[in-house]
Design a protein around this ligand. Sequence first.
Ligand SMILES: Nc1ncnc2c1ncn2[C@@H]1O[C@H](COP(=O)(O)OP(=O)(O)OP(=O)(O)O)[C@@H](O)[C@H]1O
Ligand SMILES: [Mg+2]
Length: 298
Amino acid sequence: MIRAENISKRFSSIQALDRVSLQVNQQDIFGLIGPDGAGKTTLMRIICGLMSQDEGQVRLMDQAPELIDRQNLGYMPQRFSLYPDLTIQENIEFFGSLYSLPKQVIRNRAKEILEITGLSPFTNRLAGSLSGGMKQKLALTCALITRPALLVLDEPTYGVDPQSRQEFWRILYQLNHQGMTIMVSTPYMDEAELCTRVAFINQGHILACDTPQNLKKPFSQRVLEVRTPCQDPRLFDNLEEVEDASFFGYKYRLVVSDGPQGQQAIRSYLAAQGLDGIIEPVSPAMEDLFVIMTGKDD
Ligand SMILES: Nc1ncnc2c1ncn2[C@@H]1O[C@H](COP(=O)(O)OP(=O)(O)OP(=O)(O)O)[C@@H](O)[C@H]1O
Ligand SMILES: [Mg+2]
């Protein structure tokens, strides 16, 4: 569906993308996961043919992005400019008319999509008075009006409350179930778990790309939970084997460079300070993986 090979893009002194390659297969929910400034928007815009790359090649449905039928591609930009003084229905009709779709076709499709996105009861509400989550759903509805085979969504759930985020993902699953291929960017690591395949991107580099399950496999012993009576958030700051430490009041979550060695080092360290401790390997979360991978990359 999408094949990007060795894409590089520079903005004066900033290398936004550095030889990025990835492939999105039909019916993937492909997550592009990375922090602010990682290069997500730049990559998505290049993939959608909205910006040109300095180097590398993109194929979209086996064609150059600028040659594909635009109706096959739904793109929801990071900052979608809805018309605040138009209603939901009017925004959708306006958007559909940009693709020269007949009015009746737009109406029929809008009805169908509004049902999926749960906006049906609000079609006469002005876009400007919608909540953040509803605005994002409207932006999605507009991106769906051409019934695209591929949907590219740039941080659709950013700043949206947890319940609306859940609803949004339910909609994505439903669309995917109907056969749509989806590429979605997010800074939220927990959303990586919801994707069928994930690419971690940081400072213009793809750090890893695979299914969440496969990404986790090599790190199964490297995340440890430690319970000890000491409650100092900086307790493990100077322990060499610990790559990252989070403190949760009653426990620490540590990422170590090597599972068994790390456990040994922590045990000795606690003992040296006269502290009791329970150390337990836990299954890594996407956030842990990202920490491990960015650590390796530095
Ligand atoms: N038009 C531009 N001119 C100059 N620099 C740019 C431009 N667009 C992006 N950049 C820079 O390129 C890098 C990648 O930006 P990009 O917007 O792709 O990141 P992102 O992952 O989408 O970040 P965010 O999560 O904040 O949206 C950043 O350092 C950004 O400042
Ligand atoms: Mg962005």
